[in-house]
Design a protein around this ligand. Sequence first.
Ligand code: FES
Length: 102
Amino acid sequence: MGQLIAVGKTNEIPDGEAKVITVNRKDIAVFFTDGSYFAIDDACPHAGASLAGGFVEDGEVTCPVHAWRFKLADGAWADNPRVKTGCYKTSVVGDVVFVEVP
Ligand code: FES
């Protein structure tokens, strides 16, 4: 099991939006959509844009710069699932959201 990092209170992330936390000098975007929390690396694997600012729909985030789409559940690039960005487990205890990092 990895390290549990508190992201913040559940009401800090509106539906369809994300909050960025920095863990071990890496930015992780924590999204809330469809009643669940998802965490993937914030830096887009294409050219490094912040995925937290992307459009969220149908379990995917669309990068705001060149529109690559990533599945929030596993970090896979929608157009080529062999390419994945970092993805992390989330949990909620009480009203606090946690991310598990290695
Ligand atoms: S930086 Fe994300 S698609 Fe280009």
